[in-house]
Design a protein around this ligand. Sequence first.
Ligand SMILES: [Mg+2]
Ligand SMILES: [Zn+2]
Length: 182
Amino acid sequence: MIKAVFLDRDGTLIYEKPGVYLSDPNQVRLYKSTKPALSLLSKSGFKLFIVSNQSGIGRGYFTAREVNAVHAHLQNLLRPVHINDIVFCPHAPQENCTCRKPLPKLGLELIQKYHIDPTSSYMIGDKKADVQFGHALGCKSVLVTTANGRHHLQKYPDLRPDKVATNLLNAAKFIIADSEQL
Ligand SMILES: [Mg+2]
Ligand SMILES: [Zn+2]
């Protein structure tokens, strides 16, 4: 069994502009703490997985092919940090699919495929759906207050993430310290 960190993409690893659906690889901008954070997690033995809702596909704004191009560029930017897998839900919310976060399907598939132990794994994201997704998998959830995080923390007082972190690096430091106590 391996330990994993599941990562949201937009507003967690890379800048998210409100109302803008990213489809151009050249618009990918990493937060300053993204690479150091992922590097620390990786060196601490965590495998890294990105789980993203890409409803822009279902809304007809861009194609899965463009999303894959964004992900290829993102993986280049993150080198030498290795992302083990990137999965995404392509559906619009009104399609009522079974794979859109907070539903756990995409995470459960990764857990099975990569023999991940959810009880020693974590989810990091900037939205309510990310926190709920992590908990649905049996992981601890860290809410980063980048992008939507601060707003969602106030809007959903019952959310109760296991940790609130101001950025990805602080999230990574929490996870490493917390995992050493397991
Ligand atoms: Mg996000
Ligand atoms: Zn879906």
